[in-house]
Design a protein around this ligand. Structure first.
Ligand code: ADP
Ligand code: MG
Length: 321
């Protein structure tokens, strides 16, 4: 099978098709219409076999995760996703893997109404790079830099499941059979909080998605906004699977440090707080207040009630020495 046939079979005319795509897959580049009054928001993420997913992960799961992590970055900016491009490197043409991968892409593009508009295919170690593009009304993008002292800190969903799932799948943690399915889905098919992101545009003062662990990602907000924060460890939202699988201290450690959650972490001023319930009630996603922004320069204090507590809180880092 040649590259041309591969693209025809697995990628061209597959999945959701949008009216704002003038030219999609098949020419030298895609031609797209950006709506008037909107800014284009662009993000890229690479998943490497053996680093971001286990070597034998089925294509469908890899496609799902590759799309989801990119849409999560758009969600964190308050953007509505529109287009995807795909750079795929593979050691050989594995039709079964590609079938699953193509199906996974189709499923996700249909679910989120986004279109695959192009890409590149090369021979090499298995690696999937997706670039996602979306729109946000001009001057309404959510950033890491807008948090102010007094703002409340919130997260969507539950924290730590991705880390517990990884430890479970790699045999480091024993989990009751009834929780296994939920946990592996949380790791392999994370749900990008796309609707919540767009709904937070006028309400949140800062926003980031949690990909490297709560503490590490919160630090990005603290540094960009030049503020400090307190987190109430007893308020961290934990799934039933988490609560029933590990002791509370261990659950808190997962919630603080585990990567791969893809929940949104955002701040809301006291004045906007009452709007939050209203705007997020249209999404099915739960959200929890976990602390508060205070004055200072990038300091993070963990508390249980009024008492200060300490946890070892390094999140995931690729280049840790
Ligand atoms: P060129 O050599 O001009 O860069 P290619 O032969 O690489 O073009 O690609 C032909 C068309 O197929 C282009 O529109 C490109 O965007 C698309 N394409 C190539 N690989 C992929 C892929 N993995 N997924 C989606 N579209 C792809
Ligand atoms: Mg060309």
């Amino acid at each position: 099978m040649k590259e041309f046939d591969l693209i025809e079979t697995f990628f061209k005319h597959k999945g959701y098709q949008r009216r704002d795509v003038q030219i999609g897959i098949g020419d030298d580049a895609a031609v797209l219409s950006v709506p008037a009054g909107q800014s284009l928001v662009v993000t890229t993420d690479t998943l490497l076999s053996g680093v971001h997913f286990p070597v034998n992960t089925p294509g469908r799961a890899v496609a799902n995760k590759a799309v989801s992590v990119n849409l999560s970055d758009l969600a964190a900016m308050g953007a509505e996703p529109a287009w995807l491009s795909l750079s795929l490197s593979m050691p050989e043409i594995d039709k079964e893997w590609l079938n699953g991968f193509s199906l996974g892409l189709q499923e996700l593009t249909e679910y989120y109404s986004v279109q695959l508009i192009g890409g590149d295919t090369v021979k090499g170690p298995l690696s999937v790079t997706i670039t996602a593009q979306g729109f946000v009304p001009e001057n309404q993008a959510l950033t890491r830099g807008g948090a102010k002292p007094g703002d409340w800190i919130y997260v969507t969903g539950n924290l730590g499941d991705g880390g517990l799932a990884l430890d479970m799948l790699q045999g480091r943690m024993d989990v009751a059979p009834r929780h296994k399915n939920y946990l592996s889905n949380r790791l392999n098919c994370p749900t990008p909080r796309v609707l919540a992101g767009t709904m937070l545009r006028r309400v949140a003062s800062a926003c980031i998605d949690i990909s490297d662990g709560l503490v590490q990602d919160l630090r990005h907000i603290l540094n960009a906004s030049q503020v400090s924060a307190t987190i109430q460890v007893d308020q961290l939202p934990l799934s039933q699977a988490m609560q029933e699988s590990v002791v509370n201290d261990q659950a808190i450690r997962y919630a603080l440090t585990a990567g791969d959650d893809y929940e949104l972490l955002f701040t809301v001023s006291e004045e906007q707080k009452s709007h939050l319930q209203h705007v997020l009630s249209t999404t099915s996603e739960g959200f929890t207040c976990i602390g508060q922004i205070i004055g200072g320069q990038g300091k993070l204090e963990l508390r249980r009630g009024k008492e200060k507590v300490h946890y070892d809180v390094l999140g995931f880092q690729h280049f840790r020495d």
